[in-house]
Design a protein around this ligand. Structure first.
Ligand code: GAR
Length: 195
């Protein structure tokens, strides 16, 4: 059985989708949910499910490296085989990424390589795109540019706002990330494609 740690910064809806899927014949189980924000709504949801949590406040650290050193200690104490970033909104240093390289995944709300970084839905709307979506990729030192493990596409509809498009994409995120994690935990990196 593979052990999975999940890092969040917010509501944790992707974390919940991953955790709910990790049951029965799934090859992995959640061992830790960590956050850089003790107020992240997802922490209470993880606790309610009986999953150990680690709440660190990145603002309390003198440097990014000091924050990451503590975070890595908490993660390593849980002995995860796989680390899933699920709405984790801190940039990670190359040292942290090297430590988990090959076993760290991220979900990003765009069809990468389009729109790395922030404001993905606003940028898709401004460009007049007719399709949007989300991507799960391996985390490498290049921001939002590691090998793609899965992608899901949704239409952009007439009258869409940033919020309506974000909600449609988020619904697909909740299908895509569990599907990719299931495959990845079984040792299969073939990309999952959903639409
Ligand atoms: C998700 O839409 C995720 O793709 C995005 O943050 C949201 C978190 O929602 N991640 C990024 O933008 C990463 N750069 P959640 O906390 O409900 O899972």
């Amino acid at each position: 059985m593979k052990r999975v740690a999940i890092l969040i910064s917010g509501g944790g809806s992707n974390m919940l989708a991953l955790v709910r899927d990790m049951a029965g014949d799934h090859p992995a189980r959640p061992v830790l949910v960590g956050s850089n924000d003790p107020g992240a709504g997802g922490l209470a949801k993880a606790e309610a499910l009986g999953i150990p949590t680690a709440a660190l406040d990145h603002r309390a650290y003198a440097s990014r490296a000091a924050f990451e050193a503590d975070l890595a200690d908490r993660i390593d104490a849980a002995r995860p085989d796989i680390l899933c970033l699920a709405g984790f909104m801190r940039i990670l240093t190359p040292g942290f990424i090297r430590r988990y390289q090959g076993r760290m995944l991220n979900i990003h709300p765009s069809l990468l390589p389009k729109y790395p970084g922030l404001q993905t839905h606003a940028r898709a709307l401004a460009a007049g795109d007719t399709a949007a979506g989300c991507t799960v990729h391996e985390v490498t030192a290049d921001l939002d540019a590691g090998p793609i493990l899965g992608q899901a596409r949704v239409p952009v509809l007439p009258g869409d706002t940033e919020d309506s498009l974000a909600a449609r994409v988020l619904g697909m995120e909740h299908r895509l990330y569990p599907a990719v994690l299931r495959r990845f935990a079984a040792g299969d990196r073939t990309p999952v494609l959903l639409s």
